[in-house]
Design a protein around this ligand. Structure first.
Ligand SMILES: [Zn+2]
Length: 320
Protein backbone atom coordinates (compact mmCIF):
# COMPACT_ATOMS: atom_id res chain seq x y z
CA UNK A 1 0.00 0.00 0.00
CA UNK A 2 1.43 3.38 -0.94
CA UNK A 3 -1.40 5.77 -0.02
CA UNK A 4 -0.60 8.41 2.64
CA UNK A 5 -0.38 7.18 6.27
CA UNK A 6 -3.45 9.16 7.42
CA UNK A 7 -5.67 7.40 4.84
CA UNK A 8 -4.30 4.00 5.91
CA UNK A 9 -4.93 4.76 9.59
CA UNK A 10 -8.43 6.06 8.85
CA UNK A 11 -9.29 3.01 6.75
CA UNK A 12 -8.09 0.72 9.54
CA UNK A 13 -10.53 2.55 11.87
CA UNK A 14 -13.29 2.09 9.27
CA UNK A 15 -12.57 -1.65 9.12
CA UNK A 16 -12.68 -1.81 12.93
CA UNK A 17 -15.90 0.29 12.89
CA UNK A 18 -14.55 2.72 15.48
CA UNK A 19 -15.03 6.06 13.72
CA UNK A 20 -17.58 8.45 15.28
CA UNK A 21 -20.52 7.89 12.94
CA UNK A 22 -24.05 8.86 14.05
CA UNK A 23 -24.93 5.44 15.46
CA UNK A 24 -21.86 5.41 17.74
CA UNK A 25 -22.51 8.96 18.96
CA UNK A 26 -26.16 8.16 19.70
CA UNK A 27 -25.18 5.09 21.73
CA UNK A 28 -22.86 7.27 23.79
CA UNK A 29 -25.61 9.90 24.24
CA UNK A 30 -23.54 12.47 22.39
CA UNK A 31 -25.57 15.02 20.46
CA UNK A 32 -25.01 14.98 16.72
CA UNK A 33 -26.73 14.23 13.43
CA UNK A 34 -27.81 10.61 13.47
CA UNK A 35 -28.93 10.66 9.83
CA UNK A 36 -26.58 10.23 6.88
CA UNK A 37 -25.26 13.62 5.71
CA UNK A 38 -24.95 12.37 2.14
CA UNK A 39 -28.49 11.13 1.43
CA UNK A 40 -30.36 12.25 4.58
CA UNK A 41 -32.55 9.16 4.14
CA UNK A 42 -30.96 6.63 6.51
CA UNK A 43 -29.19 6.56 9.81
CA UNK A 44 -25.44 7.05 9.62
CA UNK A 45 -23.49 3.85 10.15
CA UNK A 46 -20.05 2.94 8.81
CA UNK A 47 -21.55 0.39 6.41
CA UNK A 48 -24.15 2.83 5.14
CA UNK A 49 -21.82 5.82 4.76
CA UNK A 50 -18.95 4.05 2.98
CA UNK A 51 -20.69 1.20 1.18
CA UNK A 52 -24.47 1.36 0.81
CA UNK A 53 -25.43 5.04 0.68
CA UNK A 54 -26.88 5.92 -2.78
CA UNK A 55 -24.64 9.02 -2.85
CA UNK A 56 -21.56 6.83 -2.20
CA UNK A 57 -22.64 4.44 -5.01
CA UNK A 58 -23.06 7.41 -7.39
CA UNK A 59 -19.62 8.69 -6.39
CA UNK A 60 -18.04 5.31 -7.19
CA UNK A 61 -19.88 5.18 -10.53
CA UNK A 62 -18.64 8.63 -11.49
CA UNK A 63 -15.07 7.76 -10.51
CA UNK A 64 -15.21 4.64 -12.70
CA UNK A 65 -15.51 6.92 -15.75
CA UNK A 66 -11.95 8.12 -15.03
CA UNK A 67 -10.23 5.26 -13.22
CA UNK A 68 -10.61 1.80 -14.75
CA UNK A 69 -11.26 -1.02 -12.25
CA UNK A 70 -12.49 -4.50 -12.97
CA UNK A 71 -14.92 -5.10 -10.07
CA UNK A 72 -17.11 -2.78 -8.04
CA UNK A 73 -16.76 -1.77 -4.41
CA UNK A 74 -19.51 -3.92 -2.88
CA UNK A 75 -20.31 -6.37 -0.10
CA UNK A 76 -22.46 -6.85 2.98
CA UNK A 77 -19.99 -5.04 5.21
CA UNK A 78 -16.74 -3.11 4.84
CA UNK A 79 -14.52 -6.11 5.62
CA UNK A 80 -16.14 -8.30 2.95
CA UNK A 81 -16.05 -5.41 0.43
CA UNK A 82 -12.36 -4.91 1.17
CA UNK A 83 -11.60 -8.64 0.89
CA UNK A 84 -13.42 -8.78 -2.44
CA UNK A 85 -11.63 -5.67 -3.73
CA UNK A 86 -8.24 -7.12 -2.67
CA UNK A 87 -8.94 -10.35 -4.53
CA UNK A 88 -9.93 -8.49 -7.71
CA UNK A 89 -7.00 -6.04 -7.81
CA UNK A 90 -3.96 -7.85 -6.40
CA UNK A 91 -0.68 -5.91 -6.26
CA UNK A 92 -2.00 -2.90 -8.16
CA UNK A 93 -2.32 0.76 -7.22
CA UNK A 94 -6.09 0.18 -7.27
CA UNK A 95 -5.72 -1.35 -3.79
CA UNK A 96 -5.37 2.22 -2.54
CA UNK A 97 -8.58 3.47 -4.15
CA UNK A 98 -11.05 2.47 -1.37
CA UNK A 99 -8.72 4.19 1.14
CA UNK A 100 -8.68 7.40 -0.86
CA UNK A 101 -12.45 7.34 -1.52
CA UNK A 102 -13.32 6.54 2.09
CA UNK A 103 -11.13 9.34 3.39
CA UNK A 104 -12.63 11.90 1.00
CA UNK A 105 -16.20 10.82 1.82
CA UNK A 106 -15.37 11.43 5.48
CA UNK A 107 -13.94 14.88 4.65
CA UNK A 108 -17.07 15.73 2.60
CA UNK A 109 -19.32 14.52 5.44
CA UNK A 110 -17.42 16.67 7.95
CA UNK A 111 -17.51 19.73 5.67
CA UNK A 112 -21.30 19.36 5.55
CA UNK A 113 -21.70 18.96 9.31
CA UNK A 114 -19.17 21.53 10.50
CA UNK A 115 -18.98 24.03 7.60
CA UNK A 116 -22.44 23.58 6.06
CA UNK A 117 -20.94 22.81 2.63
CA UNK A 118 -22.55 20.61 -0.05
CA UNK A 119 -21.56 16.95 0.06
CA UNK A 120 -20.40 14.77 -2.85
CA UNK A 121 -20.00 17.72 -5.16
CA UNK A 122 -18.02 17.26 -8.41
CA UNK A 123 -15.17 18.76 -6.38
CA UNK A 124 -15.12 15.64 -4.15
CA UNK A 125 -14.82 13.44 -7.24
CA UNK A 126 -12.02 15.59 -8.62
CA UNK A 127 -10.20 15.52 -5.27
CA UNK A 128 -10.41 11.72 -5.18
CA UNK A 129 -9.18 11.27 -8.75
CA UNK A 130 -6.36 13.77 -8.26
CA UNK A 131 -5.27 12.20 -4.94
CA UNK A 132 -5.31 8.74 -6.52
CA UNK A 133 -3.35 9.86 -9.58
CA UNK A 134 -0.69 11.49 -7.41
CA UNK A 135 0.08 8.21 -5.61
CA UNK A 136 3.51 6.77 -6.39
CA UNK A 137 3.74 3.67 -8.56
CA UNK A 138 3.47 0.44 -6.53
CA UNK A 139 6.68 -1.52 -5.93
CA UNK A 140 7.15 -4.55 -8.18
CA UNK A 141 5.11 -7.34 -6.59
CA UNK A 142 6.96 -10.45 -7.72
CA UNK A 143 9.73 -11.33 -10.15
CA UNK A 144 8.39 -11.43 -13.67
CA UNK A 145 9.64 -13.52 -16.51
CA UNK A 146 12.42 -11.66 -18.31
CA UNK A 147 10.89 -9.48 -21.00
CA UNK A 148 12.59 -8.86 -24.35
CA UNK A 149 14.27 -5.44 -24.64
CA UNK A 150 12.53 -2.78 -26.75
CA UNK A 151 13.23 -2.67 -30.47
CA UNK A 152 14.91 0.69 -31.05
CA UNK A 153 14.95 2.55 -34.35
CA UNK A 154 18.47 4.03 -34.21
CA UNK A 155 17.98 6.25 -37.24
CA UNK A 156 16.67 8.87 -34.74
CA UNK A 157 17.87 9.84 -31.25
CA UNK A 158 16.18 7.84 -28.49
CA UNK A 159 15.85 8.36 -24.77
CA UNK A 160 14.87 6.74 -21.47
CA UNK A 161 13.59 8.75 -18.52
CA UNK A 162 12.44 8.23 -14.95
CA UNK A 163 11.34 10.20 -11.89
CA UNK A 164 11.86 9.42 -8.21
CA UNK A 165 10.29 10.79 -5.03
CA UNK A 166 11.57 9.80 -1.58
CA UNK A 167 12.42 11.28 1.82
CA UNK A 168 15.26 13.33 0.24
CA UNK A 169 13.01 15.07 -2.25
CA UNK A 170 12.22 14.34 -5.85
CA UNK A 171 14.32 14.23 -8.96
CA UNK A 172 14.37 13.08 -12.53
CA UNK A 173 16.87 11.48 -14.84
CA UNK A 174 17.17 10.75 -18.51
CA UNK A 175 19.58 9.18 -20.95
CA UNK A 176 19.43 10.73 -24.40
CA UNK A 177 21.21 8.64 -27.04
CA UNK A 178 22.17 10.64 -30.13
CA UNK A 179 23.61 7.44 -31.64
CA UNK A 180 25.43 4.33 -30.42
CA UNK A 181 28.53 6.36 -29.43
CA UNK A 182 27.14 9.70 -28.29
CA UNK A 183 24.80 10.16 -25.32
CA UNK A 184 23.85 12.53 -22.51
CA UNK A 185 23.24 11.33 -18.94
CA UNK A 186 21.22 13.95 -17.07
CA UNK A 187 20.19 14.28 -13.41
CA UNK A 188 17.77 17.03 -12.30
CA UNK A 189 16.68 18.04 -8.79
CA UNK A 190 13.01 19.01 -8.43
CA UNK A 191 12.59 19.77 -4.73
CA UNK A 192 9.45 18.28 -3.20
CA UNK A 193 6.67 16.51 -5.05
CA UNK A 194 5.05 13.21 -5.91
CA UNK A 195 6.49 10.51 -8.12
CA UNK A 196 4.23 11.40 -11.06
CA UNK A 197 5.21 15.05 -10.60
CA UNK A 198 8.89 14.02 -10.99
CA UNK A 199 8.09 11.80 -13.98
CA UNK A 200 6.30 14.55 -15.85
CA UNK A 201 8.99 17.15 -15.11
CA UNK A 202 11.61 14.64 -16.30
CA UNK A 203 9.94 14.03 -19.66
CA UNK A 204 9.09 17.71 -20.18
CA UNK A 205 12.71 18.70 -19.50
CA UNK A 206 13.97 15.87 -21.72
CA UNK A 207 11.82 17.26 -24.55
CA UNK A 208 13.17 20.78 -23.94
CA UNK A 209 16.74 19.50 -23.81
CA UNK A 210 16.31 17.54 -27.03
CA UNK A 211 14.80 20.48 -28.92
CA UNK A 212 17.50 22.84 -27.57
CA UNK A 213 20.10 20.49 -29.07
CA UNK A 214 18.25 20.40 -32.42
CA UNK A 215 17.18 16.77 -32.03
CA UNK A 216 13.71 17.13 -33.49
CA UNK A 217 13.18 13.40 -34.08
CA UNK A 218 12.90 11.48 -30.83
CA UNK A 219 11.65 8.14 -29.54
CA UNK A 220 11.17 8.01 -25.76
CA UNK A 221 10.79 4.94 -23.54
CA UNK A 222 9.42 4.71 -20.00
CA UNK A 223 8.19 1.90 -17.72
CA UNK A 224 5.26 3.84 -16.13
CA UNK A 225 2.10 3.10 -18.09
CA UNK A 226 0.32 6.02 -16.37
CA UNK A 227 2.69 8.66 -17.68
CA UNK A 228 3.00 7.06 -21.13
CA UNK A 229 -0.81 7.12 -21.44
CA UNK A 230 -0.97 10.76 -20.36
CA UNK A 231 1.68 11.79 -22.88
CA UNK A 232 -0.11 9.88 -25.64
CA UNK A 233 -3.51 11.32 -24.65
CA UNK A 234 -4.81 7.79 -24.01
CA UNK A 235 -6.02 8.75 -20.52
CA UNK A 236 -6.81 12.09 -18.90
CA UNK A 237 -4.87 13.50 -15.95
CA UNK A 238 -7.17 15.06 -13.32
CA UNK A 239 -4.54 16.53 -11.03
CA UNK A 240 -4.41 20.30 -11.47
CA UNK A 241 -0.69 20.51 -10.59
CA UNK A 242 0.26 17.70 -12.94
CA UNK A 243 -2.01 18.96 -15.75
CA UNK A 244 0.04 22.14 -16.06
CA UNK A 245 3.26 20.17 -16.66
CA UNK A 246 1.45 17.78 -18.99
CA UNK A 247 0.11 20.74 -20.96
CA UNK A 248 3.72 21.93 -21.50
CA UNK A 249 4.72 18.45 -22.70
CA UNK A 250 1.81 18.29 -25.14
CA UNK A 251 2.72 21.73 -26.49
CA UNK A 252 6.35 20.65 -26.92
CA UNK A 253 5.32 17.56 -28.88
CA UNK A 254 4.16 19.82 -31.70
CA UNK A 255 7.72 21.16 -32.10
CA UNK A 256 9.09 17.72 -33.02
CA UNK A 257 9.15 16.41 -36.58
CA UNK A 258 8.82 12.92 -35.16
CA UNK A 259 7.95 12.00 -31.58
CA UNK A 260 6.91 8.79 -29.87
CA UNK A 261 6.61 7.70 -26.25
CA UNK A 262 6.43 3.96 -25.68
CA UNK A 263 6.13 1.72 -22.65
CA UNK A 264 8.98 -0.65 -21.78
CA UNK A 265 9.44 -3.10 -18.93
CA UNK A 266 11.06 -1.90 -15.74
CA UNK A 267 14.20 -3.99 -16.18
CA UNK A 268 15.01 -2.09 -19.39
CA UNK A 269 14.87 1.32 -17.72
CA UNK A 270 17.52 0.73 -15.04
CA UNK A 271 19.94 3.46 -16.20
CA UNK A 272 17.30 6.24 -16.02
CA UNK A 273 15.96 4.74 -12.78
CA UNK A 274 19.43 5.02 -11.18
CA UNK A 275 19.89 8.60 -12.44
CA UNK A 276 16.51 9.71 -11.04
CA UNK A 277 17.23 8.20 -7.60
CA UNK A 278 20.59 10.01 -7.49
CA UNK A 279 18.86 13.18 -8.73
CA UNK A 280 16.52 13.19 -5.71
CA UNK A 281 19.58 14.25 -3.65
CA UNK A 282 20.10 17.41 -5.74
CA UNK A 283 18.70 20.85 -4.93
CA UNK A 284 15.66 22.04 -6.80
CA UNK A 285 16.63 23.30 -10.24
CA UNK A 286 20.14 21.79 -10.06
CA UNK A 287 21.29 19.70 -13.04
CA UNK A 288 24.26 17.39 -13.51
CA UNK A 289 25.01 16.40 -17.09
CA UNK A 290 27.58 13.96 -18.47
CA UNK A 291 28.12 13.92 -22.21
CA UNK A 292 29.74 10.73 -23.49
CA UNK A 293 31.31 10.63 -26.96
CA UNK A 294 33.16 7.39 -27.47
CA UNK A 295 34.76 5.11 -24.89
CA UNK A 296 37.17 7.64 -23.31
CA UNK A 297 35.61 10.99 -23.98
CA UNK A 298 33.51 12.47 -21.21
CA UNK A 299 32.42 16.05 -20.59
CA UNK A 300 30.80 17.16 -17.36
CA UNK A 301 28.42 20.07 -16.93
CA UNK A 302 26.92 21.39 -13.77
CA UNK A 303 24.00 23.77 -13.79
CA UNK A 304 23.37 25.37 -10.39
CA UNK A 305 20.01 26.38 -9.03
CA UNK A 306 17.76 28.32 -11.39
CA UNK A 307 14.06 28.73 -10.73
CA UNK A 308 12.49 26.57 -13.39
CA UNK A 309 9.26 28.57 -13.44
CA UNK A 310 11.20 31.60 -14.63
CA UNK A 311 13.74 30.09 -16.94
CA UNK A 312 12.08 27.17 -18.70
CA UNK A 313 11.72 27.57 -22.37
CA UNK A 314 15.36 28.67 -22.55
CA UNK A 315 18.39 26.55 -23.13
CA UNK A 316 19.62 24.92 -19.89
CA UNK A 317 22.70 27.16 -20.00
CA UNK A 318 25.18 24.37 -19.56
CA UNK A 319 28.72 25.29 -18.55
CA UNK A 320 31.80 23.23 -18.18
ZN1 LIG B 1 -26.72 7.95 2.95
Amino acid sequence: MNSPPHTRLFFWCVLKDIIPTGDHLTRRSIYGPSWCSLCKAASETTVHLFLQCPATCTLWNNISAHIIFSRNWRGDDITSAWTYWNRCHPGSNLLNLPLVVTWHIWLARNRYIFNDQAVCSPRTEENIIAAYQELPDPPPSRPRTIQPPPVIDKSHPWAFFDGAANQNGCGGGFVLHVNDHHKYLVKMGFGRGSNNHAELLAIRNLMHFSLDHQYTNLNIFRDSMTVVNWINNATICHSHTLSNILYDAHTLKAAFNHFSCLHIYREHNSEADKLSKEASLLSRGEWLIVEVQGPDEYRYYHRPYIDQREQWGNSPDIRQ
